[in-house]
Design a protein around this ligand. Structure first.
Ligand code: DHE
Length: 596
């Protein structure tokens, strides 16, 4: 273990401006109202990457909701002020404090508490923030003094309650553009589907389908608003894309001209979609999870017909108190049982949803850890390793037995693995890697309970990469490289680069730090304006080349940079006016087979 503590070299965010550039905002408003730090300390703190990387509920922010009446002693807001306050609240505050203000990573802000604290207190807190994680919205310049006053009044009113989205609304939104009987029975195009990349064009609400051999943009398709991720059906035929507006688009890659064959809206805000991967159940079902309303829906895998909606409202796993809006984070299709693995964020429960009988639905509910976010499978695909990010922990699920295997402290602040990276460590055997949002450490966790029982589910090594604000790590079976980005680091040179470690140089010497090569990907892309951020490596089908997005603001040039994995030399810079805010990239074969 070479990095026991998070280094003071950690670079921190000084303002919320980055979040605005990237279209993501929010954070804790009042972490602990009982033990407030002194005012001087409040005025002195800076906001950190993990405080900024919170859900922004942009779609709910657009809803016009009726202004609640103000009781005696509370100043009323006009409908126009309430609309503006709602927009600010859903974009910047609801990610931490919850849509209904009952609290999530941030404290509850229900009127019984806020009216007790009073206007001046709330105004000061919004203005200065707190070292416990609340951004300084006023002094950073993100909110005007008038907006700070308005928000202090707003949180003393009753919370706005956005609409539910049940079966009638889902069916109303469901469109089958091409019914299964009108689709081809074999692949009708000459595309190398295994090597196709689905690239998120975040702010355009589109995806680009790019050929991994020729780097040609084959097609750009309209999808949901602020589109988030793509996942593949088990057969590799259907591509599923989800937008933050909870719109799912299903694309048939066998068509002569691959197109959207079905679509549905499963709520107001969502982040995850997945398909049934168990042998015998390939392409049978799809599932999508929502942030609002808190629910997931199992759909027909050929048409997206909504079949079964499950609400996630319920008790937190630890204190066993009711939570009205536990969001659905990562979802994975198990390879060992006909089950979906569903992360329920705020209650800290992982549900194993047996899809063999949707009428008599069996759900195994595992007490895990709160604030579950993203994660992936180990190299055998038996264990699901996922981050409880605001608790600095990893949770391991045995998907074969359907049980909790371990909960492990990562030794870093806010693990953010994406799907993680599976490495064959020269000393410790199979390990899985995560980087951290809140510091520059990378942690390796042992994943081989049979071959290496002493290391299983322990952090076997931890070392420094480029800096705080990392979002994704990446390697490939047979590759000697581990790539670590630093997307949200405030330093432009760091956020434009990736660290590359040589896996065969990893050792068990606690005194040495592994060396790394820095690749300045943004420089390779020759983008001179804006602050392009380099994000999420993804390999091609053979594992010979790795792609990075150079993610700039919507009105500026972005690019995709392709690197030779063996030599680390530049292979190609893909630039095109259609490549607007490229972020996630999903190679068809790797996504279909869960190779990472
Ligand atoms: Fe993501 C995965 C949620 C912001 C790019 N992101 C995920 C998953 C969740 C999630 C729950 C796991 C899905 C799964 O596996 O089923 N993301 C959130 C948020 O709540 C958050 C923090 C804020 C928000 O308002 O959405 C957020 N995410 C971002 C971004 O700003 C990123 C960097 C750029 C973008 O396009 O939005 C981003 N998230 C990604 C990517 C993945 C992802 C590329 C999939 C990684 C993979 O390798 O599978």
């Amino acid at each position: 273990m070479t990095c026991q503590h998070i280094s003071t070299r950690s670079t921190l965010f000084a303002s919320a401006a980055l979040a605005l550039i990237l279209g993501m905002t929010g954070s804790a408003l009042a972490q602990d109202t009982a033990d407030q730090p002194p005012q001087a300390e409040l005025e002195d703190h800076t906001t950190q990457p993990q405080d900024q990387y919170q859900p922004s509920l942009d779609v709910l922010a657009e809803e016009e909701l009726p202004v609640p009446g103000a009781p005696e002693g509370v100043e009323p807001l006009t409908q126009a002020e309430f609309n503006e306050a709602n927009e600010i609240y859903f974009q910047r505050c609801a990610g931490c404090h919850g849509v209904l203000r009952k609290g999530a990573t941030g404290k509850a802000l229900t009127p019984d508490l806020t009216r007790e604290l009073g206007f001046e207190y709330l105004q000061s807190f919004i203005n200065y923030g707190s070292p416990a994680g609340m951004p300084n919205w006023g002094t950073s310049g993100d909110l005007t003094p008038e907006q700070v006053d308005m928000m202090a009044k707003y949180i003393m009113l009753d919370p706005a309650s956005p609409p539910e989205w049940g079966m009638p609304e889902m069916r109303e939104s469901w469109i089958v553009h091409v019914p299964p009987e009108d689709r081809p029975t074999e692949k009708m195009n000459d595309w190398d589907l295994d090597n196709l990349f689905s690239v998120t064009l975040r702010d355009a609400g589109q995806i680009a389908l790019i050929d991994g051999g020729t780097y040609e943009i084959r097609k750009v398709l309209d999808t949901g608003y602020a589109v988030h991720i793509s996942r593949m059906s088990a057969s590799g035929r259907y591509l599923f894309v989800i937008g933050r507006d909870a719109k799912v688009d299903m694309i048939d890659l066998w068509m002569e001209d691959p197109s959207v064959v079905a679509e549905i809206k499963i709520g107001s805000e969502a982040r995850s979609v997945e398909t049934s991967k168990m042998e015998g159940w390939e392409d049978k079902y799809a599932i999508a999870g929502a942030y609002w309303p808190p629910q997931y829906v199992i759909m027909d895998g050929a048409t997206l017909e909504p079949l079964r909606i499950v609400s996630t409202r319920g008790m937190t796993y630890d204190e066993q108190v009711y939570h009205p809006e536990p969001r659905v984070a990562a979802i994975l299709g198990s390879h060992y049982r006909p089950e979906f693995i569903v992360n329920v964020k705020e209650t800290g429960k992982i549900q194993l949803v047996d899809y063999t009988d949707l009428k008599n639905l069996k759900i195994t509910e595992i007490d895990a850890e709160r604030f579950l976010h993203d994660g992936g499978l180990d190299s055998t695909r038996r264990y699901f390793i996922t981050a409880a990010n605001a608790r600095d922990r990893l949770v391991v699920i045995d998907t074969k037995e359907g049980t909790l295997e371990a909960v492990t402290d990562t030794g870093g602040i806010t693990p953010h693995p994406g799907r993680g990276a599976n490495i064959e460590h020269p000393v410790y055997g199979p390990v899985w890697a995560t980087s951290h949002l809140g510091g520059e450490s990378v942690a390796l966790i042992g994943t081989d309970p049979e071959g290496h029982p002493d290391q299983a589910w322990k952090i076997v090594d931890s070392f420094y990469a480029l800096g705080g604000g990392s979002l994704f790590v990446k390697t490939y079976p047979g590759s000697n490289h581990l790539y670590v980005d630093a997307t949200l680091n405030p330093d432009a040179e760091i956020s434009g680069s990736v660290a590359v470690f040589n896996i065969d140089e990893f050792d068990d010497d606690p005194e040495t730090e592994p060396e790394y090569t820095t690749l300045n990907i943004a420089e390779m892309a020759e983008i001179t304006e804006g602050q392009p951020r380099v994000v999420q490596g993804e390999f091609n089908k053979d594992g010979t080349e790795v792609w990075f997005s150079v993610w700039n603001a919507q009105d500026m040039e972005s690019a995709i940079v392709v690197i030779n994995d063996e030599t680390l030399e530049l292979v190609k810079v893909i630039k095109d006016p259609r490549l607007i805010t490229p972020t996630g990239k999903f190679n068809v074969k790797n996504t279909q087979q869960d190779i990472y």
